[in-house]
Design a protein around this ligand. Structure first.
Ligand code: ADP
Ligand code: UVW
Ligand code: MG
Length: 571
């Protein structure tokens, strides 16, 4: 506290304040940590806080008339941000991003306004500072090329190949589901995993265990009684003589967990401790199909590798940048606030990953791009990404909203839920109907597997054809909505099992979108085959919007997140 008071007293605009006022400011201050390249304030942020750089450095950038991002200046410890917006109730006009690992003090508007109202000299100092900044801003044009060259000169600008890892380390990535365990082992000397495994149908009579090393692909038939046995089986194969790649399990220094729901507590990844575990537990009701099992994975791994550091990477974190109008449901304000009812969004780790991959592919900084990402797997969602940040997404409070999915219904009239509840259905049975018996499976009466639906439709099955049309029409509607939300788009991405593998679905979705600048190249679409790490461009040369197929790779993104989150692993 004393340190903070001393720090604040050294800030020019506060230099006339008495010790009591400084104490008042320090008590209301919140210290927030940002990793390099994380956004501190976006142009969309409203005038709610004053920010002061405490440690590190931030870059300020703006958008010029040609819609390109321009680096304007950097601010260092002691510099103040957002002073005009908080004083005059105007939105922030520049984007502010951490240039390195940075701590920023955040001061609520009401506290700041009170101090200014009682201390007129502070207002005068703000006006002087703002004038100086405007002069400097004028002198800075044409802008320095820093923003651009830092991107183009770097072969791994987003760390997707683990370039920032300090030393060679082994990282285990865990995605623990209700009846499946998916795991990957990485060594940071290579972006490709050393080992990948998937155990399915845990608890059934037979649980297939698929294994993949750099040179071999094997499927074993196992009897796996419960999730603990699944973890034992994983340890055995990883360290076993047959195809094992490590001699001792303790060679693994860090573990990354996919956690589906992080509520509104996490806008980035987090080193797991008791507090983080509690937060994951609190979100169980919001993601009953995912969070309880993610938590079991965390607990079993802590027992198996007590000395390894573990990191939670949340599906929801990437979407925390959505503005109010996108994440708020039009419900009574108090209810929404007290019950944390809002749009959270999911699949964020992969939406973020494919946006970064696409940016490297087109050789343009993600900060200059507007992207629509369609993640079409068993669960499916669309995301509008403006200059690297999610501004809207189709999944909501839970992963049930939005697209038609394998077994989930997606968007429906909330009145329909009330109607069924008031006419005989229980909440439990309805949960099962909407989550497990709807979507492609429910409407076709055939399967949740898109391959089977396509085959049946091809053979003339009407219900399968209707299911297909509904699926594609819903995706197309969201693309249209996000074209409007973004005010124009540079890249449309298809990812996930369906998005990557089905040229027919991609063609059906893009049908009729030519006038919006989405021109699919029939031949490239048909021939597109992507594997992790590569990308197919399936648009015609004339297409205003590049249409890309990008293989999903949540595991690699989680490994990257571990390195960025754990200080001791980063150079
Ligand atoms: N060649 C293909 N054509 C159409 N759909 C496919 C193809 N290969 C996989 N899929 C579909 O991908 C979906 C699974 O996607 P995936 O992203 O692996 O799922 P999950 O959400 O479980 O990770 C299934 O519906 C499957 O039918
Ligand atoms: C959140 C979600 O729907 O995840 P998945 O696609 O893995 O089911
Ligand atoms: Mg998936």
């Amino acid at each position: 506290m004393d340190d903070l008071i001393e720090f604040l007293s050294g800030i020019e605009i506060f230099s006339d304040l008495s010790d009591d006022w400084l104490m008042h400011l320090s008590q209301a201050s919140e210290l927030i940590e940002y990793k390099a390249s994380e956004q501190v304030i976006s142009t969309r942020d409203l005038y709610r806080y004053l920010w002061i750089v405490y440690r590190g450095k931030v870059d300020i950038s703006g958008i010029n008339q040609e819609n390109a991002r321009l680096f304007l200046t950097s601010l260092n410890a002691g510099d103040v941000l957002g002073e005009l917006s908080v004083t005059f109730d105007k939105p922030v006009i520049d984007d502010i991003t951490a240039a390195e690992d940075t701590s920023v003090i955040r001061l609520p508007k009401d506290v700041f306004s009170h101090v200014v109202a009682q201390n007129p000299s502070t207002l005068k100092k703000i006006a002087c500072m703002a004038t100086e900044r405007q002069i400097q801003r004028g002198q800075n044009i044409p802008p320095r090329a820093g923003y651009r060259s830092r991107f183009t000169d770097n072969p791994d600008p987003y760390d997707l190949n683990f370039s920032s890892a300090k030393k060679q380390v082994k990282l285990l990535i865990i995605n623990c589901g209700s009846s499946s365990l998916k795991y990957s082992l990485f060594d940071t000397s290579s972006p490709q995993p050393m080992f990948e495994g998937l155990i399915e149908n845990i608890g059934a009579e037979n649980s297939p265990h698929r294994l993949k090393t750099v040179t071999a692909k094997i499927q074993r038939s196992e009897v796996v009684k419960d999730i603990r046995e699944a973890f034992s089986s994983m340890v055995n194969v990883l360290t076993g003589k047959a195809i094992g790649v490590i001699t001792d399990f303790s060679e693994i220094q860090a573990v990354g967990h996919r956690v589906v729901h992080g509520g509104d507590k996490f806008s980035g990844s987090a080193v797991i401790n008791d507090e983080v575990k509690d937060a994951i537990r609190q979100c169980v009701a919001l993601a009953p199909l995912h969070n309880p099992y993610n938590l079991t994975g965390v607990e079993v791994m802590t027992e198996l590798l007590p000395s390894a550091v573990s990191v939670a990477v949340f599906d929801t974190a990437f979407h925390q940048s959505m503005p109010h109008q996108a994440y708020t449901y039009a419900l009574p304000y108090q209810l929404a606030e007290e019950r944390h009812v809002r749009r959270y969004g999911f699949h964020g780790t992969n939406h973020h990953f494919v946006a970064l991959m696409a940016s490297v592919f087109v050789k343009r900084h993600v900060g200059n791009l507007r992207i629509i990402s369609c993640h079409l797997g068993n669960g499916a969602s669309v995301c509008a990404i403006e200059r690297g940040r999610s501004i809207d997404t189709s999944m909501g409070l839970t992963p049930l909203e939005g697209l038609v999915m394998g077994t989930r219904c997606g968007d429906i009239d909330p009145g329909l839920v009330l109607y069924l509840l008031q006419n005989g259905d229980s909440a439990d049975s309805l949960e099962k109907t909407l989550n497990k018996e709807s979507g492609l499976k429910g409407t076709s009466g055939i399967s949740n597997d898109m391959r089977e639906i396509l085959k049946a439709a091809d053979e003339g099955n009407d219900k399968a054809e209707v299911a297909l049309r509904m699926f594609c029409y819903r995706v197309r509607k969201y693309i249209g909505a996000y074209l409007a939300a973004l005010g124009g788009v540079d890249i449309l991405i298809f990812t996930g099992g369906i998005g990557e593998n089905s040229s027919e679905i991609r063609a059906r979705i893009c049908q009729g979108l030519d006038s919006f600048g989405i021109n699919l190249d029939t031949e490239s679409n048909r021939m597109a085959k992507v594997q992790r790490g590569n990308i197919a461009d399936i648009s015609t040369e004339a297409s205003r919007i590049r249409i890309l197929v990008v293989a999903a790779d949540e595991e690699r993104m989680i490994a990257r997140e571990i390195i960025r989150t754990v200080d001791t692993l980063r150079a």
